[in-house]
Write a protein that binds this ligand. Structure first.
Ligand SMILES: Cc1cc2nc3c(=O)[nH]c(=O)nc-3n(C[C@H](O)[C@H](O)[C@H](O)COP(=O)(O)OP(=O)(O)OC[C@H]3O[C@@H](n4cnc5c(N)ncnc54)[C@H](O)[C@@H]3O)c2cc1C
Length: 451
């Protein structure tokens, strides 16, 4: 009987555990987590309103999570409202699919007039080309400044100039590098995605699912709790204590916490951030430990502010602004677009995204930045009823030109250890759909070849 350990009880660890159990009802599966049970996904109730500390909603472009929730009888609510883009001081609807990924790639490439002009173009990427330069050479400077800048700032917390094209869209990069034009490259990737779905799910995918943005009405933290309960009821064991060391080799590993030793495990799946993983390998494989500790992270803070609904109320999912607009916030989501709590409380809830290292600013100063920005964009004079700040020091890996070689050499170093797998946001470019697909693939590889 297989004995599998999964370190990390965030979305990637829980997804790996769910599919490992699905594929192999007999396997011994143990998930290790810290007190912070569901990783970046966490919900807090404040003034009777649910606040998401990390991801505000789910960006789901493949059926990996849909399938789990379908089996559990859980329904997510799709978010249909439009996002707006601030351009030259004007508030415009973003092209369709702006926030969404289409089969794992962002679909605004295929929407809008600029895209129509660019789709037949060939683009020969050089190593290290930025997302900004890619857009500039295919769609023109205005498009790169307006949409590229907005997208990078809102979704990946960085400037498009600092976002490496290959790191953020590895499959797309490889396809255009082969000499396909953009349209052909997208078609190629869609075929690849279909192959993944057919092999992975085959006929079992009888329910229909729609790629897009989703919210769970009881909060994403609750969704993670239900997933943990479901796994426990299906004999997946949980240990909420921090793993500090790994020992062993060749499908025979032991894991240590400060107080206990666990093992032996045939497989260990690391579903934790690289920086959390580095110390675990210190005594076992110094080179891997050092490599894991190398990258820097993008930081982001979220400022929630609740306004009296009579003072401030806008339609849509929110707005984002390019760097040219010179706002400190990248933009703001309007929580009323998907949460029911806000209406009951008669508040209009905003969640502003402020990228970068803000450790020198206290919470009041961050809130003041948001208020100043709202005055500039909406001419808003009213003060919020209350505010709340959440900071993420290690939000996303630096998706710079070193990222792809870094992941490659990590995987090579980890491969010396038979039965070890690395997954999670730091190794999949930070995109939730890629994270879910990787977790699925690992469970599939470890436990079964067909569903
Ligand atoms: C700030 C932020 C906002 C985001 N917003 C969105 C969004 O709006 N929409 C979207 O689709 N995606 C979003 N993402 C991406 C998405 O959140 C991630 O892809 C996904 O949640 C990552 O899950 P994970 O399991 O890889 O990592 P994590 O959520 O970080 O989970 C890792 C877990 O491992 C635990 N752990 C660490 N070390 C150890 C140890 N030694 N022993 C045991 N356990 C350990 C941690 O405590 C944690 O619980 C966002 C990500 C961040 C960081």
């Amino acid at each position: 009987m297989k004995n599998i350990a999964i370190i990390g009880s965030g979305l990637s660890g829980l997804t790996t555990a769910w599919y490992a159990r699905h594929f192999d009802p007999e396997a011994n599966i143990t998930v290790f987590g810290t007190d912070h049970k569901s990783g970046h996904i966490a919900t807090e109730i404040h003034e009777n309103v649910k606040l998401e500390k990390g991801p505000g909603f789910l960006l789901l472009e493949n059926p990996v999570l849909h399938f789990i929730l379908h089996q559990m009888g859980i329904k997510l609510s799709p978010i249909k409202e439009k996002i707006y883009v601030l351009k030259d001081g004007y508030y415009n609807k973003a092209p369709s699919g702006f926030m969404e990924f289409e089969n794992g790639r962002f679909s605004f490439l295929s929407g809008g007039l600029a895209s129509l002009m660019g789709m037949k173009k060939k683009f020969t990427p050089r190593e290290g080309v930025s997302f900004f330069d890619f857009l500039k050479s295919t769609y023109g400077l205005t498009y790169a400044e307006t949409f590229g800048s907005v997208f990078a700032r809102s979704v990946l917390f960085c400037e498009a100039e600092n976002l490496n094209f290959q790191a953020a869209w590895p499959g797309f990069y490889e396809a255009v590098k082969k000499g396909l034009n953009l349209k052909q490259a997208l078609a190629f990737l869609q075929t690849e995605d279909q192959k993944f779905l057919d092999t992975a799910f085959g006929d079992t995918l009888k329910f229909s699912y729609q790629p897009g943005l989703y919210y769970y009405n009881d909060g994403l933290g609750k969704l993670m709790e239900l997933l943990v309960e479901n796994l426990k009821s299906r004999n997946v064991h949980f240990e909420f204590s921090r793993i500090s060391e790994i020992n062993g080799h060749n499908n025979d590993y032991h894991l240590n916490t400060k107080k206990n030793k666990y093992g032996s495990f045939n497989n260990v799946v690391f579903a934790i951030a690289a920086r959390d993983q580095a110390p675990l390998w210190k005594s076992h494989q110094k080179e891997l430990s050092q490599k894991l500790g190398e990258p820097g992270y993008r930081q982001v803070s979220y400022v929630y502010s609740a306004y009296n609904i009579k003072d401030f109320n806008r339609a849509g999912l929110g707005f984002f602004a390019s760097r040219k607009e010179k706002l400190t916030i990248s933009g703001s989501y309007f929580v009323n677009a998907y949460s029911k709590d806000t209406e009951k409380e008669n508040v209009f809830l905003t969640r502003s995204v402020i990228p970068g290292d803000l450790s020198l600013f206290n919470d009041q100063e961050l809130t003041a930045i948001q208020i100043e920005n709202f005055e500039k964009v909406f001419g808003l004079k009213s003060a919020p009823l209350w505010s709340r700040v959440y900071r993420h020091e290690f939000a996303a890996p630096l998706l710079d030109k070193n990222y792809v070689p870094w992941v490659k050499s990590l995987r090579e170093l980890a491969a010396y250890n038979k039965g070890i797998e690395l997954t999670g946001k730091d190794f999949c470019g930070g995109d939730m759909s890629a994270v879910l697909q990787d977790a699925f693939n690992i469970a599939h590889r470890l436990c079964k070849t067909t569903l």
